[in-house]
Design a protein around this ligand. Structure first.
Ligand code: AP5
Length: 211
């Protein structure tokens, strides 16, 4: 069983690498951001509560997130492990997760701030399957259309300048303390990334094999 967390600032590439590593390790990629966006799209109770926070770049309440993740990792497809992307994001979430299940390794992705801004300002995603692209670096074969499912390519509401600023501030305040939390548990692996997604995926897999 492989239980992994990807930790890193908004735009550091958590979603890009998790979604490529998940089929290789044959374990699900669980992104709290994707789960929330699905709820918003379907106008569920959670979605209606979360939408405004997400658009402004604020965190959704720990209670909603912890219940949502607990329910998700209890599902059958997680019995051989999972990759968590975007969770935990606060010490309260990390403490709650520790009570639910133990984690083997936390991969912390280090990317310089100027690269993050460039990545987020150019990010585009598929509105249907969530596949992540970039206007300059990872371009869909046909403009505006997803390579994987032919869904329409969109820009995320929270990639607007004000929301990005807020998300980076919140990362510094609430999520960075998790670095020491997982360092103290002896399961943190830091990876510095400015190379291509393929090279980065190979680097992460090599680090995982070393363990
Ligand atoms: P979420 O969706 O988790 O957003 P995030 O953490 O801000 O992370 P991102 O999805 O922005 O970035 P990423 O690191 O996945 O980067 P990506 O791979 O896309 O959360 C959204 C919102 O939901 C939150 O703000 C909050 O409101 C709420 N939420 C979610 N989880 C929560 C929680 N636990 N608690 C409370 N609230 C929660 O890459 C970025 C771009 O770079 C892409 O365009 C990609 O193509 C490009 N790129 C990636 N790698 C490379 C590379 N090597 N070279 C060139 N381009 C690259």
């Amino acid at each position: 069983m492989v239980k992994k967390i990807f930790l890193g600032a908004p735009g550091s590439g958590k979603g890009t690498y998790s979604s490529r590593i998940s089929p290789i390790l044959k374990i699900p990629h669980i992104s709290t951001g994707d789960l929330l966006r699905e709820n918003v799209k379907n106008k569920t109770k959670i979605g209606l509560k979360a939408q405004d926070y997400m658009n402004k770049g604020l965190l959704v309440s720990d209670e909603i997130i912890i219940n949502m993740i607990k329910e998700r990792i209890e599902q059958e497809d997680c019995k051989n492990g999972f990759i968590l992307d975007g969770f935990p994001r606060t010490i309260a979430q990390a403490e709650a997760l520790k009570k639910i299940i133990g984690i083997d390794v936390v991969i912390k992705i280090n990317v310089p701030n100027e690269v993050i801004i460039e990545r987020l300002s150019g990010r585009i995603t598929c509105g249907k399957c969530g596949k992540i692209y970039h206007k300059k670096f990872i371009i869909p074969k046909k403009e505006g259309v997803c390579d994987k499912c032919e869904g329409k390519i969109i820009e995320r509401e929270d990639d607007k300048e004000e929301a990005v600023k807020k998300r980076l501030e919140i990362y510094e305040e609430s999520t960075k303390p998790l670095i020491d939390f997982y360092k103290n548990l002896g399961i943190l692996k830091e990876i510095g990334v400015i190379s291509s997604p393929d090279e980065t995926v190979s680097l992460i897999l090599r680090e995982l094999i070393k363990r």
